[in-house]
Write a protein that binds this ligand. Structure first.
Ligand SMILES: [Zn+2]
Length: 405
Protein backbone atom coordinates (compact mmCIF):
# COMPACT_ATOMS: atom_id res chain seq x y z
CA UNK A 1 0.00 0.00 0.00
CA UNK A 2 1.29 3.45 -0.86
CA UNK A 3 1.05 5.95 2.01
CA UNK A 4 -1.17 8.79 0.82
CA UNK A 5 0.16 12.11 2.01
CA UNK A 6 -2.67 14.11 0.48
CA UNK A 7 -5.08 12.59 3.01
CA UNK A 8 -3.41 14.65 5.75
CA UNK A 9 -2.44 17.76 3.78
CA UNK A 10 -4.01 18.87 0.50
CA UNK A 11 -1.52 21.73 0.26
CA UNK A 12 1.57 19.50 0.31
CA UNK A 13 3.08 20.02 -3.15
CA UNK A 14 6.63 18.72 -2.49
CA UNK A 15 7.60 15.48 -0.76
CA UNK A 16 10.38 12.89 -0.36
CA UNK A 17 9.84 9.21 -1.06
CA UNK A 18 11.61 5.93 -1.72
CA UNK A 19 11.17 4.09 -5.04
CA UNK A 20 9.49 0.71 -4.59
CA UNK A 21 9.51 -0.35 -8.22
CA UNK A 22 10.13 0.98 -11.70
CA UNK A 23 7.90 -0.31 -14.50
CA UNK A 24 8.89 -0.19 -18.19
CA UNK A 25 5.97 -1.84 -20.02
CA UNK A 26 3.32 -1.28 -21.25
CA UNK A 27 3.93 2.30 -20.02
CA UNK A 28 6.84 3.64 -17.99
CA UNK A 29 5.77 4.20 -14.38
CA UNK A 30 7.09 4.48 -10.83
CA UNK A 31 5.67 3.19 -7.57
CA UNK A 32 6.79 4.95 -4.41
CA UNK A 33 6.43 4.09 -0.72
CA UNK A 34 4.49 7.35 -0.17
CA UNK A 35 3.02 10.03 -2.40
CA UNK A 36 1.25 13.37 -2.43
CA UNK A 37 0.05 12.77 -6.03
CA UNK A 38 -3.72 12.28 -6.19
CA UNK A 39 -4.87 9.37 -8.41
CA UNK A 40 -8.11 9.68 -10.41
CA UNK A 41 -10.93 8.58 -8.09
CA UNK A 42 -14.25 9.67 -6.62
CA UNK A 43 -15.01 11.95 -9.57
CA UNK A 44 -11.78 13.98 -9.13
CA UNK A 45 -9.12 13.81 -11.85
CA UNK A 46 -5.47 13.02 -11.13
CA UNK A 47 -2.57 15.35 -10.45
CA UNK A 48 0.39 15.84 -12.75
CA UNK A 49 3.90 17.02 -11.88
CA UNK A 50 7.46 15.73 -11.68
CA UNK A 51 9.47 13.08 -9.87
CA UNK A 52 13.08 14.16 -9.41
CA UNK A 53 15.75 11.47 -9.03
CA UNK A 54 19.53 11.95 -8.78
CA UNK A 55 19.71 11.12 -12.52
CA UNK A 56 16.98 13.39 -13.85
CA UNK A 57 13.53 14.96 -13.72
CA UNK A 58 10.66 12.74 -14.83
CA UNK A 59 7.34 14.20 -15.97
CA UNK A 60 4.30 12.55 -14.31
CA UNK A 61 1.44 12.60 -16.85
CA UNK A 62 -1.14 10.41 -15.12
CA UNK A 63 -1.71 8.93 -11.67
CA UNK A 64 -3.90 5.90 -11.03
CA UNK A 65 -4.98 3.58 -8.22
CA UNK A 66 -3.84 -0.03 -8.61
CA UNK A 67 -6.13 -2.73 -7.24
CA UNK A 68 -3.64 -3.64 -4.49
CA UNK A 69 -3.81 -0.16 -2.95
CA UNK A 70 -0.63 1.15 -4.57
CA UNK A 71 -0.52 4.45 -6.47
CA UNK A 72 0.97 4.24 -9.99
CA UNK A 73 2.76 7.34 -11.36
CA UNK A 74 2.80 7.13 -15.16
CA UNK A 75 5.69 8.92 -16.81
CA UNK A 76 6.12 10.71 -20.13
CA UNK A 77 9.47 9.04 -20.88
CA UNK A 78 11.06 5.73 -19.88
CA UNK A 79 12.71 5.51 -16.46
CA UNK A 80 16.52 5.49 -16.65
CA UNK A 81 18.79 4.39 -13.82
CA UNK A 82 16.17 4.59 -11.09
CA UNK A 83 16.58 1.54 -8.86
CA UNK A 84 14.19 0.30 -6.19
CA UNK A 85 15.27 1.79 -2.87
CA UNK A 86 16.60 5.05 -4.31
CA UNK A 87 15.39 8.37 -2.92
CA UNK A 88 13.37 10.76 -5.04
CA UNK A 89 11.39 13.93 -4.51
CA UNK A 90 7.94 14.61 -5.91
CA UNK A 91 6.65 17.96 -7.15
CA UNK A 92 2.95 18.38 -7.75
CA UNK A 93 1.73 20.80 -10.43
CA UNK A 94 0.36 23.20 -7.81
CA UNK A 95 -1.83 25.29 -10.16
CA UNK A 96 -3.60 22.18 -11.41
CA UNK A 97 -4.06 20.81 -7.87
CA UNK A 98 -5.44 24.15 -6.62
CA UNK A 99 -7.92 24.15 -9.51
CA UNK A 100 -9.04 20.62 -8.63
CA UNK A 101 -9.42 21.55 -4.96
CA UNK A 102 -11.55 24.56 -5.94
CA UNK A 103 -13.80 22.49 -8.22
CA UNK A 104 -14.13 19.58 -5.79
CA UNK A 105 -14.74 21.71 -2.70
CA UNK A 106 -17.26 23.80 -4.67
CA UNK A 107 -19.09 20.56 -5.41
CA UNK A 108 -19.45 19.77 -1.68
CA UNK A 109 -20.81 23.28 -1.00
CA UNK A 110 -23.18 23.17 -3.97
CA UNK A 111 -24.46 19.62 -3.30
CA UNK A 112 -25.26 20.64 0.28
CA UNK A 113 -27.07 23.75 -0.99
CA UNK A 114 -29.33 21.67 -3.23
CA UNK A 115 -30.13 19.30 -0.31
CA UNK A 116 -30.77 22.09 2.20
CA UNK A 117 -32.84 24.28 -0.12
CA UNK A 118 -34.77 21.75 -2.20
CA UNK A 119 -34.03 18.30 -0.75
CA UNK A 120 -32.28 17.28 -3.99
CA UNK A 121 -29.46 14.79 -3.30
CA UNK A 122 -26.41 14.58 -5.58
CA UNK A 123 -26.07 11.10 -7.09
CA UNK A 124 -22.85 11.64 -9.03
CA UNK A 125 -20.03 14.10 -9.60
CA UNK A 126 -17.94 14.47 -12.72
CA UNK A 127 -14.81 16.59 -13.20
CA UNK A 128 -13.46 17.31 -16.67
CA UNK A 129 -10.66 19.57 -17.85
CA UNK A 130 -12.99 22.45 -18.71
CA UNK A 131 -16.08 22.05 -16.54
CA UNK A 132 -17.60 19.92 -13.75
CA UNK A 133 -21.08 18.57 -13.25
CA UNK A 134 -23.31 17.00 -10.62
CA UNK A 135 -26.34 14.82 -11.25
CA UNK A 136 -29.26 15.64 -8.95
CA UNK A 137 -31.98 13.19 -8.03
CA UNK A 138 -34.87 15.57 -8.75
CA UNK A 139 -38.16 15.31 -10.62
CA UNK A 140 -37.84 18.87 -11.91
CA UNK A 141 -35.40 21.78 -11.71
CA UNK A 142 -36.30 25.40 -12.39
CA UNK A 143 -34.13 28.36 -13.38
CA UNK A 144 -35.02 30.00 -10.07
CA UNK A 145 -33.87 26.95 -8.08
CA UNK A 146 -30.55 26.94 -9.94
CA UNK A 147 -30.02 30.64 -9.26
CA UNK A 148 -30.97 30.22 -5.64
CA UNK A 149 -28.54 27.30 -5.10
CA UNK A 150 -25.78 29.29 -6.84
CA UNK A 151 -26.36 32.35 -4.65
CA UNK A 152 -26.41 30.25 -1.46
CA UNK A 153 -23.20 28.40 -2.44
CA UNK A 154 -21.43 31.69 -3.13
CA UNK A 155 -22.56 33.04 0.25
CA UNK A 156 -21.03 29.99 1.98
CA UNK A 157 -17.77 30.81 0.18
CA UNK A 158 -17.87 34.46 1.21
CA UNK A 159 -18.43 33.35 4.85
CA UNK A 160 -15.04 31.57 4.59
CA UNK A 161 -16.12 28.57 6.65
CA UNK A 162 -13.50 26.17 7.93
CA UNK A 163 -13.10 22.80 6.17
CA UNK A 164 -11.93 20.03 8.52
CA UNK A 165 -10.84 16.50 7.82
CA UNK A 166 -11.46 13.82 10.44
CA UNK A 167 -11.65 10.06 10.70
CA UNK A 168 -14.45 8.07 12.31
CA UNK A 169 -15.55 4.45 12.40
CA UNK A 170 -18.47 3.38 10.28
CA UNK A 171 -20.66 2.95 13.37
CA UNK A 172 -19.84 6.46 14.53
CA UNK A 173 -20.59 7.85 11.08
CA UNK A 174 -24.09 6.37 11.02
CA UNK A 175 -25.17 8.67 13.86
CA UNK A 176 -23.53 11.81 12.47
CA UNK A 177 -26.10 12.45 9.75
CA UNK A 178 -23.73 12.44 6.78
CA UNK A 179 -25.00 13.88 3.51
CA UNK A 180 -23.76 10.74 1.80
CA UNK A 181 -22.63 7.48 3.41
CA UNK A 182 -20.36 5.46 1.10
CA UNK A 183 -20.96 1.74 0.51
CA UNK A 184 -19.79 -0.50 3.36
CA UNK A 185 -16.18 -1.28 2.37
CA UNK A 186 -13.96 0.26 4.98
CA UNK A 187 -14.14 0.42 8.79
CA UNK A 188 -12.61 3.90 8.87
CA UNK A 189 -14.23 6.81 7.07
CA UNK A 190 -12.61 10.08 6.11
CA UNK A 191 -15.05 12.91 6.72
CA UNK A 192 -14.95 16.34 5.12
CA UNK A 193 -16.61 18.78 7.50
CA UNK A 194 -17.54 22.22 6.15
CA UNK A 195 -18.40 23.91 9.41
CA UNK A 196 -22.16 23.95 10.08
CA UNK A 197 -22.82 23.42 6.38
CA UNK A 198 -21.89 19.96 5.11
CA UNK A 199 -20.55 16.69 6.47
CA UNK A 200 -19.75 13.92 4.05
CA UNK A 201 -17.30 11.05 3.49
CA UNK A 202 -14.74 11.72 0.75
CA UNK A 203 -11.18 10.77 -0.15
CA UNK A 204 -10.44 13.76 -2.37
CA UNK A 205 -8.42 16.92 -1.91
CA UNK A 206 -10.19 20.02 -0.58
CA UNK A 207 -9.48 23.61 0.41
CA UNK A 208 -9.03 24.42 4.12
CA UNK A 209 -11.50 27.35 4.08
CA UNK A 210 -14.43 27.86 1.71
CA UNK A 211 -13.12 31.35 0.80
CA UNK A 212 -10.29 29.62 -1.11
CA UNK A 213 -12.82 28.31 -3.61
CA UNK A 214 -13.25 31.89 -4.83
CA UNK A 215 -16.74 31.53 -6.27
CA UNK A 216 -18.98 29.30 -8.32
CA UNK A 217 -20.80 29.81 -11.60
CA UNK A 218 -23.63 27.46 -12.59
CA UNK A 219 -24.05 26.96 -16.30
CA UNK A 220 -25.95 24.40 -18.37
CA UNK A 221 -28.60 22.16 -16.81
CA UNK A 222 -30.20 19.28 -18.64
CA UNK A 223 -32.54 16.38 -18.00
CA UNK A 224 -30.71 13.08 -17.63
CA UNK A 225 -32.04 9.61 -16.97
CA UNK A 226 -32.10 9.77 -13.17
CA UNK A 227 -32.80 13.49 -12.77
CA UNK A 228 -30.96 16.69 -13.70
CA UNK A 229 -27.33 17.39 -14.61
CA UNK A 230 -25.98 20.78 -13.57
CA UNK A 231 -22.69 22.01 -14.98
CA UNK A 232 -20.54 24.40 -12.97
CA UNK A 233 -17.14 26.05 -12.84
CA UNK A 234 -15.43 27.39 -9.72
CA UNK A 235 -12.49 29.63 -8.81
CA UNK A 236 -10.18 30.75 -11.62
CA UNK A 237 -12.09 28.48 -13.99
CA UNK A 238 -15.22 30.55 -13.41
CA UNK A 239 -13.32 33.71 -14.37
CA UNK A 240 -11.75 32.06 -17.45
CA UNK A 241 -15.14 30.71 -18.53
CA UNK A 242 -16.82 34.10 -18.11
CA UNK A 243 -14.04 35.61 -20.25
CA UNK A 244 -14.58 33.02 -22.97
CA UNK A 245 -18.35 33.62 -22.93
CA UNK A 246 -17.78 37.36 -23.15
CA UNK A 247 -15.39 37.01 -26.13
CA UNK A 248 -17.84 34.82 -28.04
CA UNK A 249 -20.68 37.20 -27.33
CA UNK A 250 -18.62 40.28 -28.24
CA UNK A 251 -17.58 38.70 -31.54
CA UNK A 252 -21.20 37.87 -32.34
CA UNK A 253 -22.41 41.34 -31.35
CA UNK A 254 -19.79 42.92 -33.66
CA UNK A 255 -21.23 40.93 -36.60
CA UNK A 256 -24.55 42.64 -35.94
CA UNK A 257 -22.94 45.99 -35.04
CA UNK A 258 -24.95 45.72 -31.83
CA UNK A 259 -24.40 45.65 -28.07
CA UNK A 260 -23.95 42.21 -26.47
CA UNK A 261 -27.32 42.26 -24.73
CA UNK A 262 -29.06 42.89 -28.07
CA UNK A 263 -27.62 39.70 -29.60
CA UNK A 264 -30.68 37.46 -28.94
CA UNK A 265 -33.06 40.00 -30.46
CA UNK A 266 -30.76 40.68 -33.44
CA UNK A 267 -30.32 36.95 -34.05
CA UNK A 268 -34.06 36.34 -33.97
CA UNK A 269 -34.55 39.20 -36.46
CA UNK A 270 -31.85 37.86 -38.80
CA UNK A 271 -33.30 34.34 -38.69
CA UNK A 272 -36.79 35.66 -39.45
CA UNK A 273 -35.38 37.53 -42.47
CA UNK A 274 -33.55 34.43 -43.61
CA UNK A 275 -36.70 32.31 -43.39
CA UNK A 276 -38.69 34.87 -45.35
CA UNK A 277 -35.98 35.17 -48.03
CA UNK A 278 -35.82 31.39 -48.37
CA UNK A 279 -39.56 31.32 -48.94
CA UNK A 280 -39.32 34.07 -51.57
CA UNK A 281 -36.46 32.26 -53.28
CA UNK A 282 -38.45 29.01 -53.41
CA UNK A 283 -41.35 30.85 -54.97
CA UNK A 284 -39.11 32.56 -57.56
CA UNK A 285 -37.52 29.23 -58.45
CA UNK A 286 -40.95 27.70 -58.96
CA UNK A 287 -41.98 30.56 -61.24
CA UNK A 288 -38.70 30.41 -63.14
CA UNK A 289 -38.99 26.64 -63.62
CA UNK A 290 -42.54 27.05 -64.89
CA UNK A 291 -41.54 29.72 -67.43
CA UNK A 292 -38.45 27.77 -68.48
CA UNK A 293 -40.54 24.62 -68.98
CA UNK A 294 -43.08 26.46 -71.15
CA UNK A 295 -40.28 27.83 -73.40
CA UNK A 296 -38.56 24.46 -73.69
CA UNK A 297 -41.80 22.66 -74.56
CA UNK A 298 -42.68 25.34 -77.14
CA UNK A 299 -39.33 25.09 -78.90
CA UNK A 300 -39.07 21.29 -78.83
CA UNK A 301 -40.59 19.57 -81.89
CA UNK A 302 -42.78 16.53 -81.38
CA UNK A 303 -41.43 13.24 -82.67
CA UNK A 304 -43.47 10.01 -82.66
CA UNK A 305 -45.90 11.60 -80.22
CA UNK A 306 -43.13 12.56 -77.74
CA UNK A 307 -41.13 15.66 -76.88
CA UNK A 308 -37.55 14.95 -75.89
CA UNK A 309 -35.96 17.81 -73.94
CA UNK A 310 -32.21 17.38 -73.45
CA UNK A 311 -30.39 20.20 -71.68
CA UNK A 312 -27.15 20.67 -69.72
CA UNK A 313 -27.32 23.85 -67.66
CA UNK A 314 -24.82 25.66 -65.47
CA UNK A 315 -25.29 27.56 -62.20
CA UNK A 316 -28.43 25.58 -61.34
CA UNK A 317 -28.67 23.23 -58.39
CA UNK A 318 -30.21 19.79 -58.23
CA UNK A 319 -33.33 21.25 -56.66
CA UNK A 320 -33.95 23.49 -59.66
CA UNK A 321 -33.41 20.56 -62.06
CA UNK A 322 -36.09 18.62 -60.18
CA UNK A 323 -38.51 21.56 -60.27
CA UNK A 324 -37.92 21.96 -64.02
CA UNK A 325 -38.31 18.21 -64.68
CA UNK A 326 -41.59 18.14 -62.73
CA UNK A 327 -42.93 21.16 -64.62
CA UNK A 328 -41.96 19.69 -68.02
CA UNK A 329 -43.56 16.33 -67.34
CA UNK A 330 -46.73 17.87 -65.85
CA UNK A 331 -47.23 20.65 -68.38
CA UNK A 332 -47.05 18.07 -71.17
CA UNK A 333 -48.27 14.47 -71.19
CA UNK A 334 -45.65 13.51 -73.76
CA UNK A 335 -42.42 14.93 -72.29
CA UNK A 336 -39.14 13.12 -71.72
CA UNK A 337 -36.67 15.35 -69.89
CA UNK A 338 -32.96 14.52 -69.66
CA UNK A 339 -31.47 17.38 -67.62
CA UNK A 340 -28.04 18.03 -66.18
CA UNK A 341 -26.21 20.82 -64.41
CA UNK A 342 -22.44 21.36 -64.37
CA UNK A 343 -22.33 23.70 -61.36
CA UNK A 344 -22.37 24.34 -58.44
CA UNK A 345 -22.51 20.50 -58.05
CA UNK A 346 -22.61 18.34 -61.22
CA UNK A 347 -25.95 16.50 -61.14
CA UNK A 348 -28.53 14.75 -63.35
CA UNK A 349 -32.32 14.52 -63.34
CA UNK A 350 -34.20 12.31 -65.81
CA UNK A 351 -38.01 12.33 -65.94
CA UNK A 352 -40.92 11.36 -68.14
CA UNK A 353 -44.63 12.24 -68.18
CA UNK A 354 -46.86 9.63 -66.56
CA UNK A 355 -47.68 6.80 -68.98
CA UNK A 356 -44.51 7.10 -71.06
CA UNK A 357 -42.77 3.74 -71.60
CA UNK A 358 -39.13 4.21 -70.54
CA UNK A 359 -37.37 3.51 -67.24
CA UNK A 360 -35.66 6.71 -66.09
CA UNK A 361 -34.24 5.03 -62.97
CA UNK A 362 -32.27 2.49 -65.03
CA UNK A 363 -31.19 5.04 -67.66
CA UNK A 364 -29.92 7.48 -65.05
CA UNK A 365 -28.08 4.82 -63.08
CA UNK A 366 -26.22 3.73 -66.24
CA UNK A 367 -25.40 7.31 -67.25
CA UNK A 368 -24.16 8.32 -63.80
CA UNK A 369 -22.09 5.14 -63.48
CA UNK A 370 -20.27 5.94 -66.76
CA UNK A 371 -19.11 9.20 -65.18
CA UNK A 372 -18.12 7.58 -61.88
CA UNK A 373 -21.21 8.86 -60.08
CA UNK A 374 -24.30 7.34 -58.47
CA UNK A 375 -28.02 7.77 -58.71
CA UNK A 376 -31.38 6.19 -59.30
CA UNK A 377 -35.06 6.59 -58.75
CA UNK A 378 -38.41 5.47 -60.07
CA UNK A 379 -39.54 4.71 -63.60
CA UNK A 380 -40.77 8.31 -64.07
CA UNK A 381 -38.27 10.38 -62.04
CA UNK A 382 -34.61 9.76 -61.18
CA UNK A 383 -31.70 11.84 -59.92
CA UNK A 384 -28.00 11.46 -59.36
CA UNK A 385 -24.67 13.13 -58.80
CA UNK A 386 -21.32 12.82 -60.56
CA UNK A 387 -17.87 13.87 -59.36
CA UNK A 388 -16.94 16.12 -62.35
CA UNK A 389 -18.72 18.13 -65.02
CA UNK A 390 -16.39 16.98 -67.84
CA UNK A 391 -18.23 14.69 -70.29
CA UNK A 392 -21.58 15.35 -68.64
CA UNK A 393 -23.27 16.93 -71.71
CA UNK A 394 -21.94 14.11 -73.93
CA UNK A 395 -23.20 11.45 -71.55
CA UNK A 396 -26.66 13.01 -71.47
CA UNK A 397 -26.69 13.17 -75.30
CA UNK A 398 -25.69 9.48 -75.42
CA UNK A 399 -28.57 8.65 -73.05
CA UNK A 400 -30.96 10.50 -75.42
CA UNK A 401 -29.64 8.44 -78.35
CA UNK A 402 -30.46 5.26 -76.41
CA UNK A 403 -34.13 6.16 -76.23
CA UNK A 404 -34.28 5.84 -80.07
CA UNK A 405 -37.37 8.00 -80.53
ZN1 LIG B 1 -14.66 15.61 -1.73
Amino acid sequence: MTERLYYRDSFLYNFDAKVQSAIETPRPALILDRTAFYPTSGGQIHDTGWIVSPTGKLRVTEVADAEDGRVVHYLEAPVKDVQPGSRVTGEIDAARRRDHMQQHSAQHVLSAAFVRLFNMPTVSFHMANDYCSIDLDAPSLSKEQIESAERTANEVMIENREVDVRYVTRDEAVNLGLRKLPPAERDQLRLIDIRDWDLTACGGTHVSHTGQIGGILLRKSEKVRQGYRVEFVAGQRAVATAHRDFSALTETAALFSAGIYDVPQQTRKALDELRSMRKQREQSQEELAQAHASTLLAETPESNGRKLVVRTLSDRDLNFLKLLARRLTRQSSEAIALLATTSPQPALVFAQSAGQPYDMGVLLKETAAKLGGRGGGSKDLAQGGVPRSEGLAEAVAAAAEKLAL
